[in-house]
Design a protein around this ligand. Structure first.
Ligand code: AMP
Length: 359
């Protein structure tokens, strides 16, 4: 980002902008708490939703038919004139795409856009998490499958169509079935990743790395509710019996529930976050800043296997608009991830360090 743009922003009344989806209510709510004006980039049919929640509604709507319109020159100029800083969230990254955010989005964006690219590329993500010395699920080639594995497809949105297999034969059988039913494309099949199915309890930890305070904060954690996998046990059937009934497992996120960890596990969880940040600083300087989430499984031996990173605000943080069982000990007041982002911006502008937290 140009020095001129940073300069012009450093004295401007800034506003916080995002796409009206995912964590937008929380982001606008938090921005308002810190005194920012807010701009919601919204599809006409969604406006009503935000208006139904006045404290989570943006001050100004910028209506678009397609979210990719935010890359149009006039819209970007309008946002820059308004001193907008974009907050990228899951839908933002999905609709616009990490490479277009990196290359074509001129509007200053909270955090380091490079981290979205590293997260979005499977090889780079693996390099990052391995470099951070996190324990990752073992990877298998089809002929090596000797235990329960999860087969992930790159094109599969939100866990739809993932397969559970426990042998090479089952792998080929289910892959062919998914192809025949049009659930996956040939490209999906060719680029599928086979991962050991980690057995334990899932845990999605929400961190915030502050370059302004030079510290890692553990803000909250959640557990995702995924349909239908989270309720399949109620049928009391084996995988094979479910398959005969035509019930395939899927991992489509439909909500989130709050969680806390045994206090004795917190040092390890903090260390995982610290190593992730250190490694990001080494791999793509200045590294990740702002919110991120490590998705992990805690085994019965109380070890954490990390299967994914989200290098941005995650939807599980929506549980804590008024703070969490961890953020209250850090801040002594109701600090959500949305508000934390706004606080960081305010402090960065006050101390003339905006260039360190936007890209
Ligand atoms: P992902 O798209 O990688 O976030 O995975 C979607 C969901 O699949 C996760 O939220 C977990 O419920 C499940 N999952 C992914 N990877 C694994 C794994 N290696 N072991 C067990 N469950 C997993």
């Amino acid at each position: 980002m140009s020095e001129d743009l940073i300069q012009s922003y450093s004295t401007k009344d800034l506003s916080i902008a995002t796409i009206c989806s995912h964590t937008a209510l929380q982001i606008f709510h938090g921005a308002r708490q810190e005194g920012f004006k807010t701009i919601g980039i919204c599809r006409p049919e969604r406006k009503e939703l935000y208006e139904a929640f006045p404290y989570g509604s943006p001050d100004e709507f910028l209506l678009v038919d397609d979210f990719s319109e935010i890359l149009q020159s006039e819209i970007q100029d309008r946002l820059i004139d308004a001193g907008a800083i974009m907050v990228p969230h899951g839908s933002f990254v999905e609709y616009v795409g990490p490479s277009r955010i990196l290359e074509d989005l001129r509007v200053p964006t909270f955090g380091n856009k490079m981290s979205l690219n590293w997260e979005g590329n499977r090889h780079q993500e693996l390099k990052w998490l391995s470099d951070a010395k996190l324990r990752l699920p073992n990877k298998f080639e089809p002929h090596e499958i000797d235990r329960l594995c999860i087969v992930k497809f790159h094109g599969a949105k939100g866990g739809r169509g993932f397969l559970l297999v426990s042998s090479e034969e089952e792998y080929h059988q289910l892959l062919e079935k998914s192809l025949k039913e049009g659930k996956i494309s040939r490209l999906d099949a060719d680029t599928a990743v086979i991962q050991e199915y980690a057995i334990g309890v899932r845990c999605y930890v929400h961190y915030f790395y502050s370059s302004i305070l030079n510290r890692l904060e553990l803000l909250s954690m959640d557990q995702r509710l995924e349909s239908n996998i989270d309720e399949l046990h109620r049928m009391g059937s084996t995988r094979q019996e479910l398959a005969k009934l035509g019930v395939d497992p899927s991992y489509v996120v439909m909500g989130n529930i709050p969680m806390v960890l045994r206090e004795s596990l917190l040092p390890e969880v903090l260390a995982l976050g610290e190593r992730t940040i250190e490694s990001s600083q080494k791999l793509f300087s200045p590294g990740l800043t702002g919110p991120f989430c490590l998705e992990m499984i805690c085994t019965p031996e109380l070890e954490f296997i990390v299967f994914e990173i989200s290098a941005r605000i995650v939807a599980g943080t929506n549980l804590f608009p008024l703070g969490s069982p961890y953020s209250c000990y850090l801040w002594g007041e109701a600090m959500s991830t949305g508000r934390r982002i706004a606080w960081e911006m305010k402090e960065a502008q006050r101390t003339e360090r905006l260039g360190e937290i936007i890209s």
